[in-house]
Write a protein that binds this ligand. Sequence first.
Ligand SMILES: Cc1cc2nc3c(=O)[nH]c(=O)nc-3n(C[C@H](O)[C@H](O)[C@H](O)COP(=O)(O)O)c2cc1C
Length: 577
Amino acid sequence: MTETKPRDVQVAEIGANTTVLRSRTWDRLRFEIEYARQKGTTANSYLIQADKTVLIDPPGESFTEIFLEELYHHTYLQRINYVILGHINSNRINTLKALLGQEAAPQITFVCTRAAEVALRSAFPHWNLRVIVANAEDTIDLGQGHVLQFIPTPTPRYPDGLCTYDPATRILYTDKLFGSHLCDEPVFDEKWKLLDEDRRYYFDCLHASQFRQVETALDKLAPFSAIAKIYAPNHGPMVRYSVSRFTFDYRYWCERQQVQDLNIAVLYASAYGNTAILGNAIAQGLIQSGAAVQTINCELASPAEITQILQECDGFIFGTPTLAGHAPTQIQTALGIALSSAARTKLAGVFGSYGWSGEAIDLVHTKLQDAGYRMGFEPIRVKFKPTDETLRECELAGAEFVQTLKKTKKIRAPRQTGVEVQADRTEQAVGRITGSLCVITTHRFSKHQEMLTSWVSQATFNPPGLTIAVPMSQGEATLPTIGSQFVLNVLKEGRNLRRFFLKSVANEDDRLGAIDTHPANNGCLILDEALSYLECTVQSRMECGDHWLIYATVDNGKVLEAVGVTAVQHRKSAMQY
Ligand SMILES: Cc1cc2nc3c(=O)[nH]c(=O)nc-3n(C[C@H](O)[C@H](O)[C@H](O)COP(=O)(O)O)c2cc1C
């Protein structure tokens, strides 16, 4: 993303009597990990104007003013009979307040799930709101064939999730399903192949940790998916050209979660949302490292559910805010369940947002340690709102947790069978593959970053190109994206440059500062002591098991030292770098 434009609302006709209003931002909307790809986003709202008028999913408060201004141009507020809410949150409530605040709109009837109704009524305690609770068998007839049908799709993250189908246009309004965070001109997904990574990233952030409930939602949606011409999600391009492919992708991504070897529970409570944001970033690190994750908001889960999840998981991570010197009651209850029912062999972790003292994080940590649990990472303590930096730490902590868990499992597993001995031999055999030791440098979001790798290989003569395998745990913010540029610094044998790049994560920021560098034409850093360097542009990325395979073309390069040979990484086992 190079261009920053002001927020606006894009309007398009998408079917009979049906308009989409896409509130757009080219900037990162919020800190949450789901926006880490920094491609902006759209908040899609829909207006159906038949004999009756319905507004579906007004945007959050970031867009309230520009949205309402645009809405005036398309309908009188007095004409809006229904507002359908695919889910509700505090951001959206602020827009509803502005909408209802207009004297013109007291006639509005809200259509939502029972859970959303409760939130709505508590947000408007002094209003006598008209609300229809939508159940699966309910319909609302707007006239001219628009007989809306409703599909409640509750998930842990969106317990009030509601999808809507309009048979007149064959549009399925999918709320948080089938979206992506991406801001661009095309309203539809003409170039849907280019959307793969954004769609997958969005799924991983929002849905991978609730894949069971997403599968149930897909089952409920199946009769409508089979006939729908368009999916109308809450974010990103609308889905017209890849409805069946995208539906298949969701099924496949859910199935992949099921077959993961490691299953990790992230249990949290969050009064103001900060701890929840940290939990999502940790979950993202876990998922990218190949673990299945269940994220549990302890305020919404029953003790029986928590007990079952804690018994089934391989490791668990608690997230808690500190309120009046304590952890919230729900966390204390969940902790009690963990201490009484989760095997001591499980790996544990603790994180939380706090204001000034953060006792709750220490309390949970101490109790788990005293009970004999090993910790997968040092407790993460974040003062109030997380920053980009702290979210990155959370992602890395998730990756660290999985690595530790994998090692622990390997140590514990009895190594008896012939199959396992063969597996060891295979690992050793594959480990004999060597690679040139290189440092990749990138320059994204005004920040220089680097990555040590020996998994580089020439791939093409014409154009000159190479492949690099990058672990999924690398985290989206530092992973080269398609079209982005980097420098591949090839290290020289005998010059111990690699030591600078093996330091702990804590020293991450100092690494490039500790050695001599100068900028390449593409803005990334060349290590002065490298044997040679190549300026490259990423052409494609392929998902391969636990790594991304990146294909990049070489724009130009130079040998910095005519004498000397390339440093080579020798390994004993294929299971380590
Ligand atoms: C009523 C109240 C009491 C709080 N008490 C403490 C406290 O005792 N110690 C502390 O470190 N922070 C305290 N905080 C700050 C919160 O821990 C902080 O706002 C944190 O970001 C909340 O996390 P959450 O957004 O996940 O709920 C308090 C905040 C509120 C609103």
